[in-house]
Design a protein around this ligand. Structure first.
Ligand code: PLP
Length: 432
């Protein structure tokens, strides 16, 4: 969506629209932090001046989304080879993923327009967010998810929030096809990521991030890539802030895909992103198991405008990065961990230097896919084929990170012996 102040001045517009004053906006957004109004407490609607998408702001549907932490990640930074690494944890949203920031916006529009039904196809997080916000708004929701291919945590959420949950015997791309036909036949409001209002909400973490950094801009922001809406939305947010004079430059926005679901990576390698060939997607990072991304053109525009990179990560690299993030006390879902895996590669290739300030966007909460985490720690996740490509250092890292549960007899002597053994082995590890 283009607003009078966000449009590049053209001969026809004459560039006459009066843009909001950046200092006044900064002051206003800060002031709203002290307000008790739900709309001001939302970390999305606090920035409503930059997305005037509803007529009546008093009636927006909010769960106080946004306001997510920006964590220092010194250990992961050292592993990747950068001195300054932060994680913007979008998994700390009300339904546990970044999708809430877009859904509060789009469901508010659907409610204002009087729709009764809303629907989406999803790899799990969109459906969880849509179901929750629809329930708050008193709307009925239908979710289409690929059968057996989404994490249990996400499936349970859409049921909990009362959605009609339809598991189709296909993949995410097959779900999109069915839904696209369905909305032509029924008055259902479509809430897939092509919905323009979702992008408006999803651009706000860019505002929040630089506000948290006292209006300093990092050199790089790295996001996971699935349907490719998130990178596009953040790119829009940064571009608008620059247009308004809130910041003087934009960060490079880079996208990391799973190697088994990498149509954008292939497109950039093959032709610099002029055309994209869909792929049959396969990865355990189920949130980004998408072969035919809807918003790829918008993301290519952002990559070109900001000078960002596209990388890919193997299943082994994703699992290792997720465990390293977890070991720093943060935790995220597998799809989010591609950001750290990609950062390591970009640093190794010299595309990101040690001094540059980097923010990785963690898109989902670790509890979304606890089965993945448990299998990893029990050593049941990766196949021999997947670990075959790991370096000796990576193998050692895996061994040190894995913390499988220990099953013991309920006997004090047995517990003490185990504890002594554990302490002895950590003393050995410290002296090595
Ligand atoms: C946790 C998580 N990370 C990343 C993505 C990818 O985001 P996008 O589809 O906007 O590229 C998704 C999409 O569902 C997701 O749920």
């Amino acid at each position: 969506m283009v607003y009078p102040w966000s449009a590049v001045p053209s001969a026809s517009s004459g560039g006459t629209a009066m843009p909001p004053n950046p200092n006044a906006l900064r002051w206003l957004w800060q002031e709203r932090r002290t307000s008790t109004l739900s709309i001001d407490q939302s970390g999305v609607w606090r920035f409503r001046d930059l997305f005037p998408i509803v007529k009546d702001f008093e009636r927006v549907v909010t769960l106080r989304e946004g306001n997510t932490p920006l964590y220092e990640m010194p250990k992961c930074g050292a592993i990747a080879g950068v001195d300054w690494l932060l994680a913007k944890h979008q998994g700390m949203n009300p339904t546990g993923s970044f999708k809430d920031t877009g859904m509060t916006a789009a469901i508010s529009v659907a409610a204002e327009r009087g729709f009764e039904w809303v629907a989406c196809a999803s790899t799990g997080n969109t459906s969880a967010a849509m179901a929750a916000y629809a329930a708050r708004a008193g709307l009925r929701s239908i979710v289409f998810i690929p059968e057996g291919k989404i994490a249990w945590g996400k499936l349970s959420q859409s049921m909990d929030y009362g959605a009609l949950t339809i598991q189709l015997k296909t993949d995410f791309d097959g779900c999109v096809k069915i839904l696209t036909e369905l909305v032509k036949k029924f008055p259902i409001y479509l809430l897939n990521s092509v919905n323009p209002y979702r992008l408006e909400g999803q651009k706000t973490p860019a505002f929040e991030m630089v506000e948290q950094l006292e209006w300093q801009v990092p050199e790089h922001v790295i996001v996971p890539g699935g349907n490719l809406a998130n990178g596009a939305a953040l790119g829009k947010g940064f571009a608008e802030m620059k247009q308004l004079g809130l910041i003087s430059r934009v960060p490079k926005i880079s996208v990391v895909q799973a190697q088994g679901a990498n149509p954008l990576y292939r497109a950039m390698q093959a032709n610099g992103g002029d055309t994209l060939e869909p792929v049959v997607a396969e990865t355990r990072a189920s949130a980004i198991r998408i072969g035919n991304p809807a918003s790829w053109k918008k993301t290519v525009e952002v990559l070109r405008a900001t000078g960002g990179w596209v990388e890919q990560a193997t299943e082994q690299e994703i699992a290792l990065a997720k465990a390293q993030i977890g070991a720093e006390g943060i935790g995220c879902e597998p799809a989010s961990a591609v950001t750290l895996a990609g950062l390591k590669k970009l640093v190794a290739q010299g595309k990101i230097t040690r001094e540059e300030r980097v923010v990785i966007v963690l898109t989902g909460h670790t509890l979304k896919d606890s089965e993945y985490t448990i299998k990893y720690h029990r050593g049941e996740l990766l196949t021999a084929e997947e670990t075959a490509g790991a370096t000796a250092a990576e193998r050692e890292e895996h061994a040190g990170l894995r913390k499988p549960p220990v099953v013991l007899e309920a006997d004090m002597d047995v517990v003490l012996r185990e504890l002594e053994a554990q302490m002895a082995s950590s003393r050995v590890a410290e002296t090595v």
